[in-house]
Design a protein around this ligand. Structure first.
Ligand code: GLA
Length: 411
């Protein structure tokens, strides 16, 4: 398919940036471009690393890399958004935890990982899996805001993997997603689940992705006609998602360890149901029991949301998103005053069907299902009400749902 005019513009800008950063010799390999989208999760937060269910969508905000493959194992990358460029030899890479990272993500915050670490981490992960990869000279270009929870890091990992592997690789989506997740977990040091990388790899245009994180089985789910996905950024950056994941994962693991004495065969919170949790609740530390209750009920809400989307039941979507937000706020304790206010402001706008915090939490974004006509009213309400009530600057992104990562046709 020929590029659309806006894509054509972006392709030309990116190729020009590549030529100026790494001028090609006459015998250089041809320029290729790959893209990988960010994601927003409709429902199912903090369930992925408990082997549960999630329902994300891949979004039009994305990361592209224009590159020329090299014959050796050297990678040189620059970015149109960051002044910081990087280079490394694939065979000399080792995980960065030793550098004393704070476990932050995506933005290159002080002491946290640099954006180039996600490229290097991906090369390291693919190399560890003994895949045939080669170096490249490349320039990255991202329309994803950093550090707000839309998975700029996963998009960069997926785009890097495609550039390193080259066209025609035979890796299946689950394997590709798992290798990108490994880059983040074992190289960068953020103990995330599989949702973000899987969505960036496997998203389908116009569809939500029901992912069973235990078996990595998927189903694509259509949204009711006329419903838009709108992301509202609170303008309060997430706290390090590394520490959220470290602490909450440990609590979930503790519940499984304690309950498995009474429930042989319990391998993760995926295997728990509410009657069993009620029966054994007294064995658990209070906070850990609340984390488990969130995960058990959130898994149920994901499956109920799929049914509500398929039935076009907007009232039920409203209820399920509200329950999910309350559960993440009160039981999992990863919401924030800014997220709560954003949900309240959106909820008061006629035509906003459903609203909740999304992603790791403690700052970042909400996700909203909105009747198409109501999007401008939501935008106005956020800049008037939300900004006044919080003193922050909220941003509203109506997002199209797009295909997962792949090559960008340049002609
Ligand atoms: C982050 C992680 C995901 C997931 C969400 C919470 O986005 O990267 O794996 O755990 O938080 O649902």
């Amino acid at each position: 398919m020929a590029p659309t005019p806006p894509d054509r513009h972006r392709i030309e800008r990116l190729i020009a940036a590549l030529e100026s950063e790494f001028p090609g010799e006459p015998e250089s390999a041809q320029v290729e471009i790959v893209r990988a989208p960010g994601r927003v999760n409709l429902i199912g937060d903090h369930t992925d690393y408990n082997e549960g269910f999630v329902l994300p969508v891949a979004i039009e905000l994305d990361t592209w890399i224009a590159f020329r493959r090299r014959q050796d194992g050297h990678v040189r990358v620059a970015s149109r958004q960051s002044r910081e460029a990087g280079s490394f030899w694939i065979d000399q890479l080792a995980p960065i935890q030793a550098r004393g990272s704070s476990g932050g993500r995506g933005g290159g915050s002080a002491g946290g990982p640099r954006w180039t670490d996600y490229v290097a981490g991906t090369a390291w992960s693919l190399r560890e899996a003994a895949l045939p990869i080669r170096g490249f000279d490349g320039v990255a270009d991202s329309s994803l805001p950093l550090g707000v929870g839309l998975s700029s890091s996963s998009a960069l990992e997926l785009a890097s993997a495609l550039a390193l592997l080259g066209g025609g690789h035979a890796l299946a989506t689950p394997a590709l997603a798992a290798l990108a997740q490994r880059a983040e977990r074992d190289y960068v040091g953020v103990n995330c689940g599989i949702m973000d990388q899987f969505t960036s790899a496997a998203g389908r245009e116009g569809r939500a992705l029901l992912l069973d994180c235990r078996f990595l089985e998927t189903r694509h789910v259509a949204l009711p006609w006329g419903l838009r996905v709108v992301v509202c950024d609170t303008g309060s950056p997430r706290q390090s998602s590394g520490s959220v994941h470290r602490d909450r994962r440990a609590e979930c693991g503790r519940v499984v360890a304690l309950l498995s004495e009474k429930m042989p065969g319990l391998c993760s919170l995926r295997d728990l149901d509410m009657p069993s949790l009620r029966r054994h609740r007294a064995m658990l530390p209070e906070a850990a029991a609340r984390r488990a209750e969130h995960v058990v009920t959130e898994n149920g809400r994901v499956l109920a949301t799929v049914e509500a989307l398929e039935a076009g039941d907007l009232d039920q979507l409203c209820r399920l998103f509200a329950e999910s937000h309350a559960s993440l706020r009160d039981l999992y304790e990863v919401s924030s005053p800014a997220l709560d206010t954003m949900v309240e402001v959106a909820g008061a706008v006629p035509g906003v069907v459903a609203s909740r915090m999304t992603g790791a939490g403690l700052g970042g974004c909400t996700v909203n299902l909105v009747l198409a006509d109501a999007v401008p009213t939501l935008q106005a309400a956020v800049s008037r009400e939300y900004d006044r009530r919080t003193g922050l600057r909220g941003r509203v992104y109506p997002v199209a749902i797009v295909e997962g990562a792949g090559p960008v046709p340049t002609a």
